[in-house]
Design a protein around this ligand. Sequence first.
Ligand SMILES: Cc1cc2nc3c(=O)[nH]c(=O)nc-3n(C[C@H](O)[C@H](O)[C@H](O)COP(=O)(O)OP(=O)(O)OC[C@H]3O[C@@H](n4cnc5c(N)ncnc54)[C@H](O)[C@@H]3O)c2cc1C
Length: 405
Amino acid sequence: MPKKVTIIGGGCAGCFAAITAAESGAKVTVIEKNPSLGKKILSTGNGRCNYCHDKVSFADLFRPEGDEFLSEVMSRFSPENVLDRFRDLGITPVNKDGYIYPYSEQARAVSDVLKRAVAECGIEVISGTEAADIVRTDSGFNVICEGKEILSDSIIITTGGKAAPGTGSDGKGFDICKSLGHNINPPVPALTYLVIKDHPYKKAAGTRLSAKVSVEVSGRILSSDTGQIQITKNGISGIPAFNISRFASRGLYNKEQVRMHIRLVPDLSDEQLKEEIVRRFDRTGTTPYEALIGLFPDTFADSLLKNAGIDPDRIPDNGRKTADRLYRYISDIALEVCGTGDFSDAQVTSGGICLDEIYPSTMESRIVPGLYLAGEILDIDGKCGGYNLYFAWASGYIAGKNSGT
Ligand SMILES: Cc1cc2nc3c(=O)[nH]c(=O)nc-3n(C[C@H](O)[C@H](O)[C@H](O)COP(=O)(O)OP(=O)(O)OC[C@H]3O[C@@H](n4cnc5c(N)ncnc54)[C@H](O)[C@@H]3O)c2cc1C
């Protein structure tokens, strides 16, 4: 008799787990609360689905401790394996600075090929149905959902985290796992914007700038990233801000003091930046505002000078001294972070089921034999760049392979 595997959550990890378990010989059922599978895929990568990164390192996916868990996952299903698997399913990759997209640059292509593979494998899909609970029985599990009870030998929970709840991932999976005995690192929003207290650059909202940003929590710099930031009405957005947001969210959750540091013109060294500013202020008869033309967008230059305590329109008595003041200010603009985007603004969840409760070689629970977990429900989250989807596919694959045999 083939093993009966029930998968709760037909998103990225769930679809990959389902296809792999079915190919391993299992009789597979997927329970998905949305009317169809893979809703979140459609909004990934701005509708283009950055479905993997060409290289994944330990620094790209954050987890509480050690490298062992990720190392096991990567040795069993590497980014190269993800690309090969998707090629088999019909997706030709295109590599843009390491970010991998389907050649058509349409996220729909990824969800379409997954749905096709699910159908071809003869997987039963119970859609529009929410799993409410899982009860252990003498021989396996009973999944309770909307008046139905589904008996299974193994279960894979792939209900995602709490980010983008409108796509289905509302955190219900955490409650189910808790009731089965698992521990959860409290989920907080990640890959989202930072809200700045008494935002001094409110007037420059809409400006995009190159910058290195760092996050300081209770006096310690925990992470930095460089790229294009975007000033918004209530804070700072853009990929570098997204990439450090998990640390800010966790710090705020723990009621710690969180600050953001911005170093402008990151492509110049400290010495080069100083020279550049001094050179601009060395011209006689130039106002500070004029001195910055061409270096920063006009709306931003005005706010920058005012925040540095320099009158934008008054020719300085001592250009060198003013240049030095500005240089010191733009080398480290420190802003107090008082919030982040909430789960509906976040792309991923930081926190989740504690990794030390899962065998990384199989994704089976160490607490409940026969129960497997994969994807964003686990306490691991990546930067922007295809790392989160890499982990969803890889962990889904491993869970599917091991639950089905
Ligand atoms: C706007 C946006 C853009 C993103 N872009 C990228 C990107 O380009 N590259 C990248 O790597 N990552 C990206 N991500 C992150 C990535 O999409 C997620 O990390 C990934 O989808 C997680 O996969 P998952 O299968 O664990 O969860 P999900 O894909 O969230 O799937 C979980 C599924 O479980 C279902 N479910 C939940 N509870 C129940 C229940 N009780 N019963 C039945 N079904 C249930 C949900 O409806 C959902 O379909 C993006 C995220 C967002 C929100």
